[in-house]
Design a protein around this ligand. Structure first.
Ligand code: SAM
Length: 326
């Protein structure tokens, strides 16, 4: 699929639940956000249909996200069916890692290719205050299991926030000296959450890179393929590599290849969209595959050229990140 700006859209991010077993302060309020009603969440059959039509339209990669995707029952079977779709799209998953140690082996057997694990601190007390839950040990065990069962190359996503965890950038960076992981630092983005997005909280990509450069010589790594959004580096002699994702400060919208579907069946043409397109009503109205196909093509056609963060008319949408999927 091509959008109005000539970008090829071949990557679907499918959120399968808004539920999460953490309450990261920058992502999901502790309380007060009504959970989606079960009947509003797309069934696996509905999601498979969307994925099949999308794959037929040229989607090559499907990322399962949430909420926390591993809390939804039946996720392994769902992944098995996704991986077997015609065209065999690559299936990846983003998780907070809490349930990964238990499920890594069967996820791999089901056809999951690899995982991104979100982890924002290596300090147990900070983990509790940032996520408002316990479980750092379990996440670390999840990382080990992902590596053991071949859900690789393993990527770890960290969101540095000034005054919260940005002082751990170097510690995360050093992990790549001993582990073959890609540690990705993602700029804190203005999406509703508990921690207000303020100039004081921001920790821009250039500052992240400067922090890493204090650890050791940072060698830029050339990109091997299209579609990646991280600026890649490695420390000399390191086993893994580093990615810095300047989602806000130097947007990479010209390389956007994504379409997002939320768990309640809304298509978001852009992560920062205020407007959403109602796919669920169409799916439940007896629409033909051709109609679903036309709808997805139309959604791709409505992708904006770029996000408007930092511009006078930028408005934050109402959804928190856990309801979008990142
Ligand atoms: N539960 C899964 C996880 O933890 O990866 C998937 C959903 S989570 C919403 C996806 C990603 O969004 C996580 O890596 C999280 O750190 C990131 N995220 C949430 N709020 C964010 C924000 N305001 N700025 C940048 N990244 C954010």
């Amino acid at each position: 699929m091509r959008d109005s700006f000539g970008r090829t859209i071949d990557y679907l991010r499918l959120s399968i639940t808004d539920r999460c077993n953490l309450r990261c302060r920058y992502c999901m309020p502790d309380e007060g956000v009504p959970a989606m009603a079960h009947g509003d969440i797309l069934s696996y059959e509905e999601m498979l249909r969307v994925a099949r039509v999308a794959a037929d339209l040229g989607v090559r990669k499907i990322r399962i996200t949430g909420g926390e995707p591993l809390v939804r029952k039946g996720v392994v079977e769902f992944i098995r069916k996704l991986a077997a779709l015609p065209g065999r799209p690559e299936i990846t998953l983003t998780t907070n890692g809490l349930l990964l140690a238990d499920q890594a082996a069967e996820l791999k057997r089901a056809g999951l290719s690899r995982v991104n694990v979100s982890l924002d601190t290596l300090r147990p007390e900070r983990f509790s205050s940032l996520t408002r839950r316990e479980g750092l040990e379990r996440v670390l065990a999840g990382l080990e299991a992902a590596e053991r069962y071949g859900l690789t190359p393993l990527k770890v996503n960290m969101v540095p926030i000034a005054g919260v965890n940005a002082d751990e950038i170097a510690d995360f960076g050093r992990l790549t000296l001993v582990r073959p992981w890609e540690i990705r630092f993602i700029e804190f983005m203005p999406v509703s959450g508990d921690l207000d997005y303020t100039p004081e909280n921001r920790f821009p990509a250039d500052q992240i890179t400067a922090e890493l450069a204090r650890v050791a010589l940072l060698v830029p790594v050339p990109r091997t393929g299209p579609g990646g959004v991280a600026r890649l580096y490695r420390f000399e002699q390191a086993k893994g590599q580093l990615g810095v994702i300047p989602a806000v400060s130097h947007h990479f919208c010209n390389e956007c290849n994504r379409l997002r579907v939320t768990a309640d069946g809304r298509v978001r043409p852009c992560l920062f969209s205020v407007d959403e397109l109602d796919l669920r009503t169409l799916l439940r109205s007896g629409a033909s595959d051709k109609e679903v196909r036309d709808f997805l093509v139309g959604a791709v056609g409505s992708k904006p050229e770029k996000h408007r963060i930092g511009e006078a008319d930028f408005r934050q949408g109402k959804r928190h990140m856990h309801g979008i999927g990142g």
